[in-house]
Design a protein around this ligand. Structure first.
Ligand SMILES: Nc1ncnc2c1ncn2[C@@H]1O[C@H](COP(=O)(O)OP(=O)(O)OP(=O)(O)O)[C@@H](O)[C@H]1O
Ligand SMILES: [Mg+2]
Length: 502
């Protein structure tokens, strides 16, 4: 293995790719050094995933050349790429949830013993070695669906590593990882890099890119507009390269004026893990109430219990003084409650439908003329939401599956906006969304609050929870360990409260 640091392992030359009339990649050149981490950044829809899929053989490029170790390669599909030293962790998890962890790890390449029988012992041993290296304890025989999203993501990463590839592409691998998991991943990445493996790392999280990447490249509208050593660039330069203008502030002013209490949560307990323990708090009309806490502290469970999709053991929810102990999501929605879930692909989208279908599905009653659904009304509403959310697409009849990950998320947001909810609960609303679009979503949330809507927002990102809310409730191990005014608190206090019941 060559030791020279600036020895190029992967070279992409003049790569082009279009989908119909939409030119997504325009003569891209990219060089990745051996034993280094290349960050790849860019707005939602800039072409990051498409570029990596063209490398990996998921898509066929229209033009251009790929050189691996000096030799030109062109992969007919992912299997071909894997066999030739390139592995990829996709932005969207694609796992067999009914199968075990080991099965998912070895799917399509089961090791066989001398009798030609699948060697389960070897599979388990290799799998447990791998997880040990990643510092994870996993029950290998449990079905995938029993694992949290973050554990499933770690399994995908473990799988990519297990191919002993020369190049590993990670497409937003940390979007649902916990802080300790991210640390483990970064350690693993550093180790791989030191072994001469090159990694391409796609992320919207600026601090991560500065922490782990040696170089960073920026894609904007299908053009590669910048490649620099991370040492030679900074946050502002990166943002400007991504959005094509400089962004003065990352948060708009939070100038909504909360009124009287509209929502009152009293002594909530839940039956199943993680247990909510006597959670009591009030939220005002037009308020943005943040929920902070470590992953697993019960924030999502709290929202789900209010929304009626998780079983209450005790406690009451009042809205405008009326008891609202919902038994299911339908009841909650009928009373003006909405919830954007954390695990969007599973719960929020119909991947076989188009944008119109996905935008209007939660509210079909609104789009009737007489008893029949009115297509023009549905298309009009969808067009409006595309505009509000600045969703990057060709039009309302695009298939949802043809949108970039971040833009799919905007469609879910638009769907709930269409319902015009009174109480809007959001679980990690900007996950996977680029800096520019994040700002727009913050503006939208603040404007909704100004119009008297009540927002409860879960976020694991400290700057976001501090930059967007009026008050913050901190969860710790099922307890609400404190409520603070955002203006008067700081990072330290939030962390202290999140550890209170550990
Ligand atoms: N299968 C497809 N069919 C049609 N258009 C597609 C398809 N895949 C991607 N596109 C389009 O290509 C463009 C780039 O998408 P891509 O997924 O590469 O963006 P991205 O940079 O990864 O964004 P994100 O940060 O949101 O993941 C988008 O406009 C998207 O709609
Ligand atoms: Mg992507």
């Amino acid at each position: 293995m060559a030791e020279k640091k600036d020895d190029i392992l992967l070279s992409i030359r003049g790569m082009c790719k279009s989908f119909g009339r939409n030119r997504v990649l325009d003569h891209i050149n990219l060089d990745v050094k051996r034993g280094s981490v290349m960050g790849l950044m860019g707005e939602n829809g800039a072409g990051k995933s498409t570029m990596m899929k063209c490398l990996f053989g998921t898509y066929q490029k229209d033009e251009g050349h790929i050189f691996l170790d000096g030799k030109e390669v062109s992969f007919s599909g992912p299997k071909d790429a894997l066999e030739n030293g390139i592995a990829m962790v996709h932005q969207e998890l694609n796992q067999c949830l009914e199968r075990s962890v080991v099965d998912n790890l070895f799917l399509g390449r089961y090791p066989v013993n001398s009798m030609g029988v699948i060697d389960e012992g070897r599979m388990k041993k290799e799998a447990s070695d791998l997880f040990r290296k990643l510092g994870m304890t996993v029950n290998l025989t449990q079905p995938m669906r029993h694992m949290s999203v973050s554990q499933r993501q770690m399994c995908e990463i473990a799988k990519a590593i297990s191919y002993n590839s020369k190049i590993i592409v990670l497409d937003e691998p940390t979007s649902s990882l916990t802080i300790p998991e991210v640390e483990k991943l970064f350690k693993m990445m550093a180790k791989l890099r030191d072994q001469g493996i090159s990694l391409i790392y796609i992320s919207h999280k600026m601090d991560e890119v500065f922490q782990i990447c040696d170089e960073v490249s920026v894609l904007r509208d299908g053009n590669l507009v910048m490649t620099k050593s991370t040492k030679d660039t900074n946050l502002n330069e990166l943002i400007a390269a991504m959005v094509g203008r400089s962004l003065e502030n990352r948060f708009p002013p939070v100038d909504n004026k909360p009124k009287d209490v509209v929502l009152s949560i009293q002594h909530l307990f839940t039956k199943f893990e993680p247990h909510l323990q006597d959670v009591t708090f009030d939220v005002r009309e037009g308020e943005i109430f943040g929920l902070y806490g470590l992953v697993g502290a019960g924030r999502t469970e709290l929202m789900e219990t209010i929304f009626g999709v998780r079983t209450r053991a005790a406690g009451r929810v009042y809205y405008n003084g009326r008891l609202m102990n919902f038994n299911n999501a339908k009841e909650a929605m009928e009373h003006g409650f909405a919830m954007i879930t954390e695990e969007r692909k599973a719960n929020g989208l119909f991947l076989k439908g188009d944008l119109t279908f996905n935008t209007t599905i939660a509210n079909l009653n609104y789009y009737k003329t007489g008893i029949a659904l009115s297509e023009p009304k549905m298309v009009k509403a969808t067009t409006k939401e595309i505009k509000t959310m600045r969703t990057k697409c060709m039009g309302p009849d695009d298939m949802i599956s043809s949108l970039s990950g971040g833009n799919q998320q905007k469609v879910i947001f638009g769907k709930w906006l269409e319902r015009d909810p009174k109480i809007f609960m959001m679980d990690e609303p900007t996950r996977g969304i680029d800096v520019g679009a994040k700002y727009e979503i913050y503006e939208l949330i603040i404007n909704m609050a100004k119009q008297g809507k009540t927002i409860i927002v879960v976020s694991s990102e400290m700057p976001e929870i501090l930059g967007l809310t009026n008050r913050i409730g901190v969860m710790s191990n099922g307890h609400l360990s404190g409520i603070v005014n955002t203006k008067e608190t700081n990072q330290e206090e939030l962390l202290r409260l999140s550890a209170k019941y550990l």
